[in-house]
Design a protein around this ligand. Structure first.
Ligand code: NAD
Ligand code: UFG
Length: 337
C-alpha cells in the first residue's frame, strides 16, 4: 500500500515509517520540520535500506498539499502532524487551534479532491478528560480537557467523525495513544524534543547523559501507592505496529472507529526512574517539587478493543522501553543536532 505520513519526520512518525516500510509498504513523508530534523530521513533510510519519498511542506497550506496528493495518490493517510506541548498550548492557544485543526481540514479537503478514502489519526488519552473512571474505554464520554492541546484532539476527532458520517466511502481510524516512550532498537532514531523536555522519559534520559542537572518529580503527595503519578507507558515500536494494524483495518472497513493503544499496566514516576537506572546503570539525580497543573494522579488504557478487532497487543516491556531509550540517548547525546 502507498501510505502518506503527514508529520512523518516526528518522533512517532519516524518509527511508524520504519515499521510500515519493513512490512513492504511504500512510504511518503510530508513534514515542515517545525518540530523535527531533516536528519531523521537519512536515519530512516539507513534502517530500511532504501530511499523514501519526502516532501517539505506546511500541511495546513492547501496550495502546497494539493499537488503532493495529486502526484503521489496515496491509498491511505496517517495524520500525525500537530503541535503537542500541553504547557505551550495554554500559552499560545490560537497557534495550537490554527495548526492542529487546519492541518486536519486541509488533509480532508485534499483527500476529497484526490479521492483518497482512508485516514488514520493520532489522538490522545487526553480526550478522556478529568472525570472518567479508570481504565479508560473507548465508549466513555469525551471532553473536560484540561488544556487547548487536548481540546484540539477532541475537536479533530469530531471533525473526522462528521466527515465519515457524510461520506460513506470514507474509512477513519482514530488511535488514542497513551504515553509513548522508547526508541527503535538500532539506536538510529528516537525522541529528540526541542529545548527542555516536557515529558518524563526524555527528561530522565537527558539527565542520565548529563544534559540536565537533575529531574524534578512533579508531586509526591498523590493518592497512589508511592505518592507519584502513574501512567500507561507504551513502547513507540508497539505503537508503530498499531498503525500498521490500523492501516490494514482501514483497507477493509469503512466508517469511523476509535482504538486505545496502551499496555494497560501503569507505572509510577519513581518506578520509571528505578527501571531506567537498572537498564542504563546510571543513577538519576532527582528532587521532589510541586504538582504540575492539570496532571491526573493515574490512568491507563483498556486496549481490549484493539486486541479483538485489530489483532494488536503491546508486547514490549518497561525494561525494553528503558533499554531502547538509553541506547538512543547514549548514542546521540545531543539528539539529531
Ligand atoms: P512530533 O512533534 O515529534 O511529530 C509531529 C510532526 O509534525 C513533527 O515532525 C512536526 O514538524 C510536524 N508538523 C507539525 N505541524 C505541521 C504542519 N503544519 N505541517 C507539516 N508538518 C507539521 O510529535 P509526536 O510525538 O511524533 O506526535 C505525533 C502525533 O501524535 C501528534 O499529533 C501528537 O499530538 C500525537 N500524540 C503524541 C503523544 C506523545 O506523547 N508523543 C501522545 C498522544 C498523541
Ligand atoms: N513528570 C515529572 N517530571 C518531569 C516530567 C514529567 O515528574 O519533568 C511526571 C508528570 O507529572 C506525570 C508523568 O511524569 O506524572 C508523565 O508525564 P509526561 O509529561 O511524560 O506525560 P503526560 O502523561 O503528562 O502527558 C502525555 C503526553 C500528552 C498527552 C497526555 C495524555 O505528553 O501529549 O499524555 O495522556 F496529552
Amino acid at each position: 500500500m502507498k501510505i502518506l505520513l503527514a508529520g512523518g519526520a516526528g518522533y512517532i512518525g519516524s518509527h511508524t515509517a520504519v515499521e510500515l516500510a519493513q512490512k513492504g509498504h511504500e512510504i511518503i513523508i510530508v513534514d515542515n520540520y517545525s518540530n523535527s530534523s531533516k536528519k531523521v530521513i537519512d536515519r530512516i533510510e539507513k534502517i530500511i535500506s532504501r530511499p523514501l519519498e519526502v516532501f517539505e511542506a506546511d500541511i495546513k497550506d492547501k496550495e502546497s498539499m494539493q499537488p503532493i496528493m495529486k502526484e503521489t495518490k496515496p491509498d491511505c493517510i496517517i495524520h500525525l502532524a500537530g503541535l503537542k506541548a500541553v504547557g505551550e498550548s495554554i500559552e499560545n492557544p490560537v497557534e495550537y487551534y490554527r495548526n492542529n485543526i487546519d492541518t486536519t481540514l486541509t488533509l480532508l479537503e485534499c483527500m476529497k479532491e484526490s479521492s483518497v478514502k482512508r485516514i488514520v489519526f493520532s489522538s490522545s488519552a487526553t480526550v478522556y478528560g478529568e472525570e472518567n473512571p479508570i481504565p479508560y474505554v473507548e465508549t466513555m464520554k469525551k471532553g473536560n480537557c484540561s488544556n487547548p492541546y487536548g481540546w484540539t484532539k477532541y475537536m479533530m476527532e469530531q471533525i473526522l467523525e462528521d466527515a465519515a458520517c457524510a461520506d460513506k466511502e470514507l474509512s477513519v481510524v482514530i488511535l488514542r495513544y497513551f504515553n509513548p516512550i522508547g526508541a527503535h532498537i538500532s539506536g538510529e532514531i528516537g525522541e529528540d524534543p526541542q529545548g527542555v523536555p516536557n515529558n518524563l522519559m526524555p527528561y530522565i534520559a537527558q539527565t542520565a547523559v548529563g544534559r540536565r542537572e537533575h529531574l524534578t518529580i512533579f508531586g509526591n503527595d498523590y493518592p497512589t501507592k508511592d505518592g507519584t503519578c502513574r501512567r500507561d507507558y507504551i513502547h513507540v515500536m508497539d505503537l508503530a505496529n498499531g498503525h500498521l494494524k490500523a492501516v490494514e483495518y482501514a483497507e477493509n472497513n469503512k466508517g469511523f472507529d476509535v482504538f486505545n493503544l496502551g499496555t494497560g499496566e501503569p507505572y509510577s514516576v519513581l518506578e520509571m526512574i528505578n527501571a531506567f537506572e537498572k537498564a542504563s546503570g546510571v543513577k538519576i539525580k532527582y528532587e521532589f517539587g510541586n504538582r504540575r497543573a492539570g496532571d491526573l494522579p493515574e490512568y491507563w488504557a483498556d486496549s481490549k478493543k484493539a486486541q479483538e478487532i485489530l489483532g494488536w497487543k503491546a508486547v514490549r516491556t518497561i525494561e525494553d522501553m528503558c533499554r531502547d531509550t538509553w541506547n538512543w540517548q547514549k548514542n546521540n547525546p545531543v539528539g539529531y543536532a
